[in-house]
Design a protein around this ligand. Structure first.
Ligand SMILES: [Zn+2]
Length: 238
């Protein structure tokens, strides 16, 4: 190979490595460039945080709140600003029931390549809607699709906001997602002290996830677990 071809090939390989690294960084559940990202907490205590993404949506909000109330469990809801605007009543029901509410962006777009101004707008508008519901607790952030790169983490660290992902995601397995018993079995099998469980329960397409909630809670309790909010879980860190 001539020297110039060799250097072009080496250059392309280097570019590929950088692109792959960038892509991994965008998608990583454990790492981000700035600020704090948490996907679980290392603890010996048998505690698990139950988190619900997206919405609120009418109907399923009431359904999941009823299930949580019956088990006397507090969960963390990562809500979308545009959905809170459409459904202020459901947002208020979640706040009034004493659950934790997190910021899951305003428009639920991928925020990887967003401008600084757009990132700020997405977060501040959503924070304001959370506060309008009467919710007074801490506001954690969860990036839509778990994706983030430079601007979003930089802004979050600037605002001292913690990003929260998850270490338990039964719905990501196609053979499990449609079956509530399979979802429950997966969670009970994989749950570890300090885990953060992600479920989507607001949409009709995720009926199996909603139906799995009581079994998951009862099963975890039977194994000696206590269900806590994400902020309560974070407070257990050394
Ligand atoms: Zn989402």
């Amino acid at each position: 190979m001539s020297l110039s071809i060799k250097s072009v090939v080496l250059g392309l390989i280097a570019l590929l490595v950088v692109l792959l690294g960038t892509w991994q960084l965008v998608n990583s559940r454990q790492v981000q460039l700035f600020g704090e990202l948490v996907n679980r907490v290392d603890t010996d205590q048998k505690v698990i945080a139950l988190t619900f993404d997206d919405g609120p949506a009418p109907g399923n909000t009431e359904a999941v709140l009823t299930m949580l109330a019956a088990e006397d469990v507090k969960a963390t809801f990562f809500l979308v600003g545009s959905a809170m605007e459409l459904h202020p009543r459901e947002t208020m029901l979640i706040a009034n029931a004493g659950h934790e509410i997190g910021n899951h962006s305003y428009s639920h777009q991928r925020m990887v390549l967003m401008s600084p101004g757009a990132v700020r707008e997405e977060l501040e508008r959503t924070d304001a809607l959370i506060r309008q519901s009467g919710y007074q607790g801490p506001i954690l952030f969860r990036p839509p699709y778990g994706k983030k790169f430079v601007m979003l983490p930089w802004y979050l660290s600037h605002r001292d906001m913690t990003s929260v992902t998850w270490d338990l995601e039964p719905e990501s397995h196609g053979d499990i997602a449609g079956n509530s018993q399979a979802i429950t079995r997966y969670v009970l099998d994989k749950a570890k002290p300090g885990s953060i469980l992600l479920l989507h329960v607001m949409f009709r397409s995720r009926q199996a996830s909603l139906d799995a909630v009581p079994g998951i809670i009862e099963g975890l309790k039977a194994k000696g677990y206590r269900l806590v909010t994400v902020s309560e879980l974070l407070a257990l860190r050394p």
